[in-house]
Design a protein. Sequence first.
Length: 133
Amino acid sequence: MAEDIKKIMFTVRKAPHGSIYVYEGLEVKLIMAAYDADISVVFMDDGVFALKDGQNTAELGIKGFAATYGVMVDYEISKIYVDRKSMEDRGMTENDLLVIGEDEDTEEPIKPTVIETDQIGPMMAEQHNILCF
């Protein structure tokens, strides 16, 4: 049965505001997780801005959705990664990343896992599908 589970990777490469891609991608992730797919998410390029803590969208006149990322943990999407180089190229550090959930057992905050760029290709090679947002 385990081999019947589809491995699907989402890449988030666009900035979170100015288009609907990142928000729509979040909705698709949650839908796919409801069907027991093995979901992983990699934030890279301008997509790392979606994980920046403390975003204030009031001046943009839109409702922010960063808090919604915590729902991914509720849907058992635990493979959430951010590309270190993309973060650093945009002046971000691990301290800038938002908390995306809480460990059920320890109640410790969960943040995305920072990975090196050269780890992304091998992860992609293991997937059945890759969806880009």
